[in-house]
Design a protein around this ligand. Structure first.
Ligand SMILES: *[C@@H]1O[C@H](CO)[C@@H](O)[C@H](O)[C@H]1NC(C)=O
Ligand SMILES: *[C@@H]1O[C@H](CO)[C@@H](O)[C@H](O)[C@H]1NC(C)=O
Ligand SMILES: *[C@@H]1O[C@H](CO)[C@@H](O)[C@H](O)[C@H]1NC(C)=O
Ligand SMILES: *[C@@H]1O[C@H](CO)[C@@H](O)[C@H](O)[C@H]1NC(C)=O
Length: 421
């Protein structure tokens, strides 16, 4: 089995013959880089392990008072993000075919995945149990309110999972889903509630902000531009942010100082780490200015891990998540990308937060789930070439996750932290 990159480069050599083919292949290669996980990072080794941020903690280390929407508490000392996966015959929480809102990039059964094992795992924290997801409670809580997920395609997956977890208790005529550019809105009419997704892969303004055509190889993020998107988040009662994947260019990040309309663009280059830190600080500043800690809640989901290199978990070089149906059982597994260093930045920035942001630490628990990616079982953006067809490893998506599946657990954790912080 050839590693995906060497097969792509031999394709590129052949492609010199035809400029059209070259453009097509360059595009495919770029998508492969973006979705096939060749995310290099340019961080150094982490300096220290950051403290647990599972509970919102203020700068002085004191817990915040009672948080909005809380109806109870997680057992003292229980970190719900520390645990293990257990097989549970009562899962999944809904069927793929019963949720019409899942985009065709995530419906793995419909696209030929031969088994369903990935649907049966439940997250079991070591020191307590997760409350079961109660759709009635969630919808009653959202009555007259807005919940919004803001971020990239991984956050969109979590958003769709949330809609799937809730929609079955709403009659057909009392719900709708509509998209307006960057914003997708699911409405539960009788509850006057909306659950929304807003596309902003960097949170700040960038040249990848088009919700449909956003695969820009030379990514640029504009400094101090959070209001560009933030004005669409005002008045939301529960906000769930994520941002990570798009920062992983393996290069220094280009930061725009002026405007995207300037003829000559004034840019500086920052390390991925400093650029990410800048965005996190902008996000916190926006939250402090625009959200009321007595009435609203803000969540931040940590990095969604990819499984693009089997050698990370002791597999054969050149393979990836394709064909994987079992979990990684090494409890100390962390993968080889920049997860640790980004976690470090998040920890440092949040330790200074003056707003009680609830951290959803989904990175490690998802890291064990090399079985849960969409792999080749999804709608493809481009028709597959014969070379690709002959080598499924080369086009397996080891970034996104099948639904139902892992991301339902992210929402069970969100549910736990919303009601039992
Ligand atoms: C996230 O959870 C993992 C596993 O429990 C832990 O090692 C890591 O320190 C946590 N990160 C933060 C920032 O709390
Ligand atoms: C779910 O929440 C509703 C509303 O709070 C409550 O009446 C119901 O008993 C809950 N269901 C379960 C199974 O706990
Ligand atoms: C519906 O909810 C919105 C907030 O999302 C609120 O502004 C409006 O007053 C509510 N309408 C009714 C009829 O309750
Ligand atoms: C995938 O699994 C099938 C069936 O077990 C096997 O025939 C095939 O060789 C595997 N492919 C790879 C790339 O491991």
């Amino acid at each position: 089995m050839k590693p995906p990159l060497s097969s792509s480069s031999s394709l590129l050599r052949k492609a010199r013959l035809s400029p059209y083919l070259f453009t097509l292949l360059a595009f495919i290669l770029f998508v492969a880089i973006l979705y096939g996980e060749d995310f290099a990072c340019i961080f150094g080794e982490p300096l220290q392990i950051v403290t647990d941020l599972g509970q919102p903690v203020s700068r002085t280390g004191k817990k915040w008072g009672k948080l909005p929407f809380a109806i109870g508490k997680t057992e003292e000392g229980c970190d719900v993000f520390s645990g293990r996966w257990v097989w549970d015959e009562s899962r999944p929480l809904y069927q793929e075919s019963e949720c019409p809102y899942i985009q065709p990039q995530l419906t793995c059964q419909e696209h030929g995945r031969p088994e369903k094992d990935y649907q049966y795992w439940r997250w079991q924290p070591h020191d307590c149990s997760l409350p079961s997801f109660n759709a009635t409670l969630m919808l009653e809580t959202l009555r007259g309110k807005r919940m919004m997920f803001v971020g990239d395609s991984l956050n969109r997956g979590q958003y769709v999972s949330m809609v799937c977890l809730l929609h079955s208790i709403i009659p057909e005529e009392a719900k709708s889903m509509e998209t307006f550019d960057s914003l997708t809105v699911f409405t539960a009419k009788e509850y006057n509630a909306t659950i929304e997704f807003y596309w902003a892969p960097f949170l700040l303004e960038s040249n990848s902000d088009n919700a449909v055509v956003h695969r820009i190889p030379d990514r640029i993020v504009r400094k101090g531009s959070i209001n560009k998107h933030g004005r669409h988040w005002k008045g939301v009662d529960i906000l769930v942010f994520n941002t990570y994947l798009w920062w992983m260019t393996g290069l220094k990040m280009k930061i725009l100082l002026g405007s995207f309309d300037d003829e000559v663009k004034d840019t500086v280059e920052l390390s991925t780490e400093d650029a990410y830190r800048m965005a996190m600080k902008s996000m916190l500043r926006w939250v402090r200015k625009n959200m009321d800690p007595k009435k609203s809640r803000v969540f931040f989901a940590s990095m969604s891990p990819s499984h693009g290199k089997s050698i990370d978990w002791g597999g054969e070089a050149g393979l990836n998540c394709y064909n994987e149906t079992s979990l990684i059982d090494d409890p100390n597994y962390w993968g080889s990308d920049c997860r640790r260093s980004v976690m470090q930045v998040i920890g440092e920035v949040f330790a200074e937060s003056k707003f009680p942001i609830t951290f959803l630490n989904i990175t490690q628990l998802s890291g064990y789930r090399k079985d849960a990616h969409t792999s080749i079982y999804k709608q493809q953006w481009n028709p597959l070439t014969p070379e690709q067809k002959a080598n499924p490893v080369s086009y397996a998506d080891c970034v996104h996750w099948c639904l139902p599946g892992l991301q339902d657990t992210w929402n069970e954790l969100l549910f736990a932290k919303l009601f039992y912080p």
